[in-house]
Design a binder for this molecule. Structure first.
Ligand code: NAD
Length: 253
């Protein structure tokens, strides 16, 4: 695997480059960021390194994703985009690139969270509708957005398991006096300390509860999952793929 990392100087870029050192048969052929850093081997021109690569791993900025995907398509390089907050232009670029190369766009590259999403979708489809679904998430004190993108993805998976959308089922703010609406999906948010990322989906029925949880303790899980996905992409036909295909488990509902 000959990898170009975009966003190489960032937190995830550093984690991916570190994980790459332990990945047998892999080689870093380009480390790209906004500013060059000779000591770190970081350069700024993606086009000039893609000829040597067979996969790009992008954890940079949503503003540059469309351009990076077009470059991959031109050079026949597979693309794993972990960058979040992509707009419609970036998503359209992912679809356009997928006509030429294999592409995964994944807001969470943890293999554990990928499994969690599928388990939640299956559980929501299997359990009767009177099991109330609540999502509890915790992150470090610096996190700005709430609920987390992963919590919202879990909400979408739970709603999809019930044949619904999160837009129509997400609970409103529960402060003050408000009883639970039947069928709503509630969110509870914890912020504190250095929590990397905890997510629990609770299915609360009358007389029993099922809880499905994931705890991240190390950012390296996103890097290892990204490498696993990048490796999985090699040799695939052009097209859009999902992390669930990387782990080989897709719930049927
Ligand atoms: P970061 O700010 O530490 O790193 C981003 C890096 O990208 C920086 O070094 C920045 O200089 C670089 N960059 C920005 N614009 C660029 C451009 N035009 N060309 C080249 N490099 C550019 O952020 P981070 O924590 O590493 O996260 C990066 C992205 O990955 C974010 O969108 C974040 O939400 C996402 N993320 C995804 C997952 C996942 O599992 N998919 C996990 C963690 C973070």
């Amino acid at each position: 695997m000959r990898v170009v990392v975009v966003g190489a100087a960032g937190r995830m870029g550093v984690a991916v480059r570190a994980a790459l050192q332990d990945w047998p048969g892999s080689k870093l052929v380009g480390a790209i960021d906004r500013e060059a850093n000779a000591q770190e081997g970081i350069t700024t021109d993606l086009e000039s390194v893609l000829a040597e690569a067979n996969v790009m791993i992008d954890f940079s900025s949503a503003a540059t994703t469309a351009k990076n995907l077009s470059a991959c398509a031109r050079h026949g390089v597979a693309a794993l985009v972990g960058t979040t907050g992509l707009d419609s232009e970036a998503l359209a670029a992912a679809n356009a690139a997928a006509a030429k190369v294999p592409v995964i766009v994944a807001a969470n590259t943890s293999l554990g969270v990928t499994l969690l999403l599928e388990l939640v979708r299956a559980a929501a489809g299997a359990l009767p509708a009177d099991f109330d679904i609540e999502i509890i998430e915790g992150h470090h004190r610096h996190k700005k957005d709430a609920p987390s993108g992963t919590a919202l993805a879990l909400g979408r998976a739970a709603a999809a398991g019930r044949g619904q959308t999160l837009d129509s089922t997400m609970a409103d703010d529960r402060r003050g006096e408000s009883a639970r609406r039947a069928g709503e999906i509630g969110f509870a948010v914890v912020r504190g300390g250095d929590i990397v990322g905890d997510h629990t989906v609770l299915f609360a029925g009358a007389g029993e509860r099922v809880a499905i949880s994931h705890q991240a303790t190390d950012r390296a899980i996103f890097a290892r999952g990204a490498l696993q996905a990048a490796f999985w992409l090699l040799g695939r036909a052009p097209g859009r793929y999902e992390m669930s295909e990387v782990i080989g488990f897709k719930s049927i509902t």
